[in-house]
Design a protein around this ligand. Structure first.
Ligand SMILES: Nc1ncnc2c1ncn2[C@@H]1O[C@H](COP(=O)(O)OP(=O)(O)OP(=O)(O)O)[C@@H](O)[C@H]1O
Ligand SMILES: O=C(O)C[C@H](Cc1nc2cc(Cl)cc(Cl)c2[nH]1)c1ccc(Cl)cc1
Length: 321
């Protein structure tokens, strides 16, 4: 196997060599450390199973990918991007946590947070629409997470209700980073790390990746360039969808949907709340430079009363009505 799994060791244990000298050995988890349970879902190249770590009795979701299938479908790049991106996003409650990766002769394994609440899309379908309080609460958690991702130089590029999972506290966790873009890290004069605004993206012009039709930003369709503001366009579509029960741009096929996006052809259902309408109108703006910035969105009237930061993640989720 030319790929040696340099996956992060899960910790070290102390052993003693022949002369009684203490030796620290890296502990690597493997398949045998887990009891696999129900299938939580299937992807095009993956199966996600509930699993119990026998030694800690902790529950996880383990995403299993078939090596041969990955190679045949030319998805090696995406799998490695998902691993590298998740390894960069390790300290925020709104990002699904990657604990370990390992492999055996047949498969690759991602050991992830278990999100027992399923997809936000399924919750929305059960509710038809969210009321303003729920939209404000879940919207704030999603925005706080986008803010963290962008601060780490990660653009998700495929944000949508299917990629927002719920944990057992009804808090959200964003997943599916195989198509994310990682901006180059730079050190400033005082040695602090910052990420290339979007200049570094210029080389990326040839990117072949386009997200999910209903949430694709106009700049990705016109000049094939995703930037941080592209995630904020998708955020605007999600806020609209939570309140309206459907995404703003949806047509019979992808091409017609793209036509609606670049023509900004959408309207609000009667009864759509005014403040939310104002926020969506300032997000669904064709020119990414004129779209509301992250800070402007946090300060928008729709999010009045939200305390951004730790508090947001300790609060009890409003009852989904
Ligand atoms: N951490 C998790 N906890 C609980 N369920 C999960 C978790 N991650 C994924 N799932 C579920 O498993 C299913 C498959 O997810 P996976 O990320 O493997 O593929 P996908 O991204 O949904 O599909 P595709 O690869 O075609 O885009 C999803 O529908 C999701 O609901
Ligand atoms: O060195 C690393 O970064 C760890 C490896 C890299 C890696 N080994 C692979 C083997 C195959 Cl067959 C396919 C892919 Cl995508 C592979 N990616 C790895 C192991 C496990 C997981 Cl889940 C992801 C990447």
């Amino acid at each position: 196997e030319e790929w040696q799994d340099r996956g992060a060791a899960t910790g070290v244990q102390r052993e003693y060599d022949a002369n009684g000298q203490p030796v620290l050995k890296a502990i690597k988890k493997g398949v045998k450390d887990f009891d696999f349970g129900t299938t939580l879902g299937e992807g095009s190249y993956s199966t996600v199973l509930a699993a119990l770590d026998r030694s800690t009795q902790k529950q996880y979701a383990i995403k299993v990918l078939d090596k041969r299938h990955i190679i045949k479908e030319k998805k090696v790049k995406y799998v490695n991007i998902e691993k590298e991106t998740l390894n960069r996003l390790t300290d925020h409650p709104g990002v699904v946590r990657l604990y370990y990766t390992f492999q055996d002769e047949r498969s690759l394994y991602f050991v992830l947070d278990l999100c027992a609440g399923g997809e936000l899309l399924s919750v929305l379908k059960r509710m038809t629409t969210f009321d303003e309080d729920c939209t404000r609460f879940y919207g704030a958690q999603i925005l706080d997470t986008i803010s963290y991702m962008h601060s780490k130089g990660v653009i998700h590029r495929d944000l949508k209700p299917e990629n927002v999972l719920m944990d057992d506290q009804q808090h959200i966790k964003i997943t599916d980073f195989g198509t994310a873009k990682m901006l180059e890290a730079h050190q400033d004069a005082s040695g602090r790390t910052y990420y290339d605004s979007d200049a570094g993206q210029l080389r990326d012009r040839a990117t072949s990746f386009v997200g999910t039709a209903e949430y694709v930003s106009p700049e990705l369709l016109t000049d094939k360039n995703a930037c941080k503001a592209s995630d904020l366009w998708a955020f605007g579509c999600i806020i609209y969808q939570l309140l309206a029960g459907r995404p703003p741009f949806k047509a019979a096929n992808e091409y017609l949907t793209f036509q609606k996006i670049v023509a900004l052809e959408y309207d609000f259902p009667t009864g759509f709340p005014e403040t939310a309408r104002d926020l969506v109108e300032r997000l669904l703006v064709l020119d990414p430079h004129l779209r509301l910035s992250l800070e402007n969105i946090k300060a928008h009237d729709f999010f009045r009363g939200i305390n951004w930061g730790r508090g947001l993640w300790r609060e009890k989720a409003p009852r989904l009505r």
